[in-house]
Design a protein around this ligand. Structure first.
Ligand code: ADP
Ligand code: ASP
Ligand code: MG
Length: 423
């Protein structure tokens, strides 16, 4: 097989761990596989570098920020390649200008356009293990870019997808500090259950709703190119979780497969906006032009020709978005603009929602019973999200975990049912 193995920050957090990762890579290789490695910066390093920039200025130049933060991954590629060579295998560290991961020019959140996998195939033919820097890319003008926080997952999946044009035995393994995808963040719900399998669609919604175990875009890419994707632990052996196409059984199994929470969003509310479509479009156009992604939007019904508009953006974009909203308000005679950085979002996700009624009402009732106020709601076919106070996030996850009985393994429930039929 050709296995793309990605190791996250904690997995390469110190020299001892890098040695262990090297051992795993070499064992995989010696078992007769071809291995391509993608590696993140050592734990805490990206945060440290970002922090340095913000010590210098409140408003760092985004191109320079990418030059700075991409260095974290360069360090780990060199150390891991050395550790693999030390164990007697051939390895070569590669930065993204060397294997050409071409992206657009949206610094700090660039999107991959193409990957030149031919070089990797040639290295593999010569029995060399490529050790590639995750997270970084290069734009058409040769500038260094980065793919957004958690972006090494996306590097790994993009490389696996491009290798699939040359080989039909490619899989992608994401090694991290948990042994798979759980029904909720195991750091919030210690008794959460590991899932053997989850559909691409559900994983996409879980990640998009804040489960950082996989970067959302990595799941989108895996779904598009049908990449066989596993999440496994760097520290303990196990079969992990397979992210795969949905099956009929998955749909019938269970209504809510997982819960996610997200504390990275902030809310902006404009009170008394003229209820004129062109005016409202102007607001969202200005935000889009600043390359700021909006998550949830709400609009109240019109009273005396005025309406209230609320939307959420990531906390890191809040200052810029608030400034745009303030200027828009000034220009259009909007009464008031409010900002709230203390919100969070809790989401329930499951393909079974498509065929089960009453899920939303159960969610709202459970939150209300726990005294948790809901400010905004958004839904997709297989997800319901509520914006609540950040301080209530952990409580909300626990309440919903119990309400939807996520600790019950659906397989064992089916077993009990068939036993009782036999009686
Ligand atoms: P890495 O540094 O390896 O990329 P991350 O910190 O980005 O690791 O992702 C792993 C973390 O994701 C876990 O430590 C866990 O706290 C968090 N997480 C959130 N939701 C889930 C979930 N549903 N299943 C597993 N882990 C989750
Ligand atoms: N080092 C980057 C980050 O911390 C990318 C990654 O870990 O995937 O966000
Ligand atoms: Mg990560």
């Amino acid at each position: 097989m050709l296995i793309v193995q990605k190791f996250g920050g904690t997995s390469v957090g110190d020299i001892e761990r890098i040695r262990k990762v090297a051992k795993k890579v070499v064992e995989t290789k010696r078992a007769g596989n071809d291995v391509v490695v993608v590696v993140s910066a050592m734990a805490g390093e990206t945060d440290r570098l970002i922090n340095l920039a913000y010590q210098l200025t409140d408003n760092p130049d985004m191109r320079e920020l990418d030059v700075l933060v991409s260095t974290g991954e360069q360090v780990s590629t060199a150390l891991l390649a050395m550790a693999i060579i030390e164990l007697g295998c051939r390895a070569l560290s590669l930065q993204n200008h060397q294997i050409k991961i071409i992206t657009d020019s949206s610094f700090t959140k660039a999107k991959i356009r193409r990957v030149d996998a031919e070089k990797l195939i040639n290295l593999l033919k010569n029995d060399i293990i490529p050790v590639i820097a995750g997270f970084q890319g290069i734009d058409e003008n040769g500038n260094i870019t980065t793919l957004g926080r958690g972006g090494s997952d996306t590097t790994a999946v993009a490389i696996a997808a491009s290798l699939m044009s040359y080989r039909d035995d490619v899989i992608c393994e994401i090694y991290t500090d948990v042994d798979g995808v759980y029904t909720a963040d195991p750091n919030i719900i210690p008794y959460a259950r590991r899932l053997d399998e989850i559909s691409y669609e559900e994983m996409l919604e879980l990640s998009g709703s804040g489960a950082k175990v996989l970067q959302t875009r990595s799941v989108g890419l895996a779904m598009k190119y049908n990449v066989k994707l596993y999440v496994k632990s760097s520290f303990i052996d196990g079969k992990g979780t397979l992210i795969t196409k949905e099956t009929q059984k998955m749909i019938e199994d269970i209504v809510v497969r997982g819960i996610a929470s997200d504390k990275t969003q902030a809310r902006i509310t404009l009170l008394g906006v003229p209820d004129d479509q062109n005016v409202i479009i102007e607001l969202f156009n200005s935000i889009a032009e600043a390359n700021i992604v909006i998550d949830i939007i709400t609009q109240t019904s019109s009273v005396d020709g005025l309406t209230d508009i609320g939307f959420t953006v990531s906390k890191s974009d809040f200052k810029r978005a608030f400034e745009i909203a303030r200027k828009f308000a000034e220009k259009n005679g909007v009464k008031n603009v409010l900002g709230d950085l203390n919100i969070g979002k809790v989401s329930i996700i499951g393909i079974g929602m498509v065929s089960h009624a009453g899920v939303a009402s159960r969610m709202f009732t459970a939150l209300a019973r726990a005294g948790i106020k809901v400010y905004m709601i958004s839904t997709s076919e297989i997800k319901i999200s509520c914006v609540i106070d950040e301080k209530d996030i952990e409580k909300a996850v626990k309440v919903l975990y119990d309400e939807f009985k996520l600790s019950v393994d659906p397989k064992s429930e089916i077993q009990i049912k068939s036993d009782s039929l036999n009686l």
